[in-house]
Design a binder for this molecule. Structure first.
Ligand code: XMP
Length: 517
């Protein structure tokens, strides 16, 4: 396995994903991980990530010296290369020209890292690579034992290596897709240089998780809040395979789900897979609590708290449960480690199924804690979940509660469900569903005048939202074809009672958030 030390680059998670895609297990840890912890991790190779700081300023982070004494290969990327050079006796300075974005790197010599990897060949026979650069500093002089393996006009030392120790550094970012050969460079490092085989495959991940779950929970009973979302669905399938009937799932229908969603969850899990699922019909309880409330944050809190109450009630009826399963995934783990140090501002209070109070006295089992979303999806398919479920767009915990603006009414939810269903059905039919990251309809409780046949119609408005995004932190509105939007609009106005007008949301994030509340 490979250890990645994180110096704070926005791309560090991408490095981890690329290594995992190469079939090699890796973990990401803070750059100040101490020597004992590094030793205990027993890495076959270490990658030092990029970072926002300048190596030549005082008080910037360094890797523990043990990194260079363990006798395993080390790959420094951007800041990681600079700190490696500085720590091993080279020098680093601010470059006259900062480089951001596309650059062409010329490979020099025949390093094990870059040999035979190129996008073009130069007139004098050297390999040229199209890469993504983002740095203000550069290595000025090499540490002892190192040679230059790549250069650009602005950075004569854009890649360095000490082949005898297996130390490599590059100034560019092989983890981003703009570096066209990045995948091969990372594979070269983890496979050929570190000697790691491609063992991290969906079926191995499943076998390994099953063994660990069995060891952790033994013969105890486990409870899971199943939402129908990707993560909790994969946890259900995995736990069912590992411990069968020791697992009980509670699925809370809060009346704010998409069209047919409750039935679909029951069909997939209870009927097809034979998972024990208790479906709680709590629509009235949720809508009752939401009556008269129109403030978005208050609505979110009510939905979150009501969920906990309902789940608690149900859980207290099941005897001898010792464990609560949760669909926590690796980015959540990394983020909450980061949140302890940072001061992120709360824009919206997110609620996820499983955000339960500590008084429940259950121990946690979190079998997806080490997995990225794409890995969760792959094992979901391997476990037999329908790919439609596994590759579904995200759906917020408070459901339609935050897509009906202002006060939630039962018939508003009904209307929204139908409009949303038409939008999604048409997206799938036009092969556009997988091209957008998230799409949904929003119910606007204002009325506008329309005309149907000879009659005047005074009814509500539906807004359609579709976005493209990688991380949901920023997003671009999806430029869906006009004729497609027209078709969706016509179907909604014709088929859904109580809607006289459809609008399309063309706000990016920022300034808009993805959801409307
Ligand atoms: P925003 O609206 O903050 O949404 O731009 C970003 C992503 O988060 C989803 N979202 C939620 N997911 N619980 C969730 O599990 C929530 O309370 C919640 N609120 C927003 C939203 O759908 C989008 O994918």
């Amino acid at each position: 396995r490979v250890l990645i030390l994180d110096f704070g680059s926005q791309y560090t998670q991408l490095i981890a994903r690329r290594v995992r895609e190469a079939g090699v297990y890796c973990e990401l840890h803070p750059c100040d991980m101490d020597a004992q912890a590094i030793r205990d991790f027993a890495p076959r190779g270490i990658i030092l990530s990029g970072g926002p700081q300048s190596v030549h300023e005082a008080e910037t982070p360094r890797a523990d010296p043990l990194v260079f004494e363990l006798g395993v290969p080390v790959f420094g990327i951007c800041y990681g290369m600079q700190t490696m050079a500085a720590q091993l006796g080279g020098s680093v300075n601010a470059a006259n020209h900062r480089e951001y974005g596309y650059a062409q790197v010329r490979a020099r010599g025949h390093s094990r890292l870059l040999r035979d990897i190129e996008d073009h060949t130069s007139a004098d026979g050297f390999g040229l690579l199209d890469v993504w650069m983002s740095h203000g500093d550069r290595v000025e002089s090499l540490p002892e034992g190192f040679t230059v393996i790549a250069e650009t006009d602005n950075a004569p030392l854009a890649g360095i290596a000490d082949e005898s120790r297996g130390f490599y550094g590059v100034q560019f970012h092989p983890e981003v897709t703009h570096t066209r050969q990045g995948k091969r460079i990372i594979e070269r490092f983890v496979h050929d240089i570190c000697g790691c085989a491609s063992l991290w495959t969906p079926s191995n991940i499943i076998d390994d998780s099953i063994a660990r779950i069995r060891e952790q929970v033994g013969g105890d009973k486990v409870l899971l809040g199943l939402s129908g979302g990707v993560d909790s669905s994969v946890v259900a399938a995995l736990l069912h395979r590992a411990i069968g009937d020791q697992l009980t799932c509670v699925f809370v229908d809060n009346g704010l789900l998409r069209l047919g969603e409750g039935d679909q969850v029951m069909r997939t899990f209870a009927n097809h897979m034979g998972v024990k699922v208790i479906r709680v019909d709590a629509e009235e309880r949720f809508l009752g609590r939401l009556k008269g409330v129109s403030d978005p944050e208050q609505k979110r809190k009510i939905i979150g708290n009501t969920f906990i109450e309902v789940f608690d009630d149900e859980a207290s009826r099941i005897e001898d449960v010792k464990w609560l399963a949760q669909g926590t995934i690796y980015p959540d783990v990394i983020e909450s480690a980061g949140a302890k140090t940072g001061k992120a501002k709360v824009i919206k209070s997110h609620h996820n199924v499983g955000g339960l109070p500590e008084e429940m006295n259950l121990s946690l089992v979190e079998p997806l804690r080490e997995l990225f979303k794409d890995e969760v999806r792959k094992i979901g398919v391997e476990l037999g979940l329908p790919s439609e479920m596994v590759y579904r767009h995200p759906f917020p915990g408070p459901g339609l509660g935050v897509r009906i603006l202002g006060e939630v009414e039962k018939d508003y939810a009904e209307t929204l469900r139908q409009a949303d269903h038409i939008f999604i059905e048409e997206l799938r039919a036009a092969n556009l569903y997988d091209q957008v990251s998230q799409a949904f309809a929003v119910f606007l409780p204002v009325r506008s005048v329309g005309v149907v046949g000879d009659n005047r119609l005074y009814a509500h408005v539906i807004a359609l939202r579709a976005v493209e995004t990688i991380d949901f932190m920023t997003a671009r509105w999806a430029h869906l074809p006009y004729d497609f939007l027209e078709r969706v609009c016509l179907r909604i106005v014709n088929e859904v009672n109580g809607v006289s007008r459809v609008v399309y949301d063309i706000t990016g994030k920022p300034p808009g958030t993805i959801e409307w509340e």
